[in-house]
Ligand binder design. Structure first.
Ligand code: IPE
Length: 252
């Protein structure tokens, strides 16, 4: 198995979260070009933004099972996935879409089953797997939302990547107006009230949800980095190992 890096790009970077299915095409093209430059050994996960979150909310998917909600939410986020896959292909990468609805099973909203073997084979063969936050079947609740962040942490636990980076629309974790260079679990009580939700519709918890996932991952021994993917060049720099944004680390 090659050395692996996992990159997640948040839906707020790729879409206008306040307007249904509104893709920021300029951002998508730039991001695809940056990702294509560092594609070896990379797994890309993206969020849903206004593709997915709005349908999930309209169908109250996190409260009740809705067959129509499952279809519409999935179809929506698959559209965004298609834009990224196509953008990456045009930039010379070899992307392959992976849809969690057909490969992941949840229990109470948490991943219970997700085969990582195909992802590893893809990376080994020089392909770039492109996963996304999705609706997925849930053993207890019928269907639930699996966030891109949860997919990242599941993959990272299984694959122990060299680098885990999460590109957002913020410079990192902001506390009293400053970007924190690192966050650990013991910092949570102090910073919790200032951790934001998200602009627009978000069913997976914004920055708080993200920090929860990443601290659990850090406790399992894998640090990660939250950075601003809206700044041109940052994706390449962070994937190249530069520090920037906020590191989420295990206990000191
Ligand atoms: C949400 O995924 C998936 C759906 C609502 C279908 P994420 O939680 O990873 O999406 P973003 O990054 O917040 O948009």
């Amino acid at each position: 198995m090659k050395e692996i890096k996992i990159l997640k790009i948040g839906g707020s970077v790729l879409t206008d979260k306040t307007r249904l299915e509104s893709a920021k095409m300029d951002a998508i093209e730039r991001i695809c070009a940056e990702v294509a430059n560092c594609r070896r050994g990379l797994i890309l996960v993206h969020g849903a933004g206004s593709f997915g979150h709005i349908h999930a909310k309209n169908f109250s998917l996190t409260e009740e099972f809705s067959p129509e909600g499952v279809l519409e939410t999935h179809r929506s986020v698959v559209k965004l996935n298609g834009l990224l896959v196509e953008g990456l292909r045009v930039c010379g990468a070899s992307p392959v879409p992976i849809h969690p609805l057909s490969s992941t099973l949840l229990r109470d909203g948490r991943i219970d089953l997700m085969e990582v073997g195909p992802v590893v084979e893809m990376v080994d063969r020089g392909l770039l797997p492109v996963l996304h936050g999705d609706v997925a079947m849930d053993r207890r609740r019928g269907a639930e939302i699996v966030s891109g962040d949860q997919l990242v942490t599941h993959l990272a636990r299984a694959l122990r990547p060299k680098l885990v980076a999460l590109g957002t629309a913020a410079d990192g974790v902001i506390f009293n107006g400053e970007v924190l260079s690192a966050v650990r679990r013991e910092d949570l009580p102090r910073i919790w009230s200032q951790l934001g939700g998200s602009d627009g519709v978000d069913v997976t918890g914004g920055m708080r949800g993200k920090i929860r996932e990443l601290l659990d991952l850090a406790d399992a021994g894998v640090s990660s980095r939250i950075f601003n993917a809206e700044r041109p060049g940052m994706i390449e720099r962070v994937l190249g190992g530069e520090r920037g944004g906020t590191a989420v680390e295990g206990r000191a």
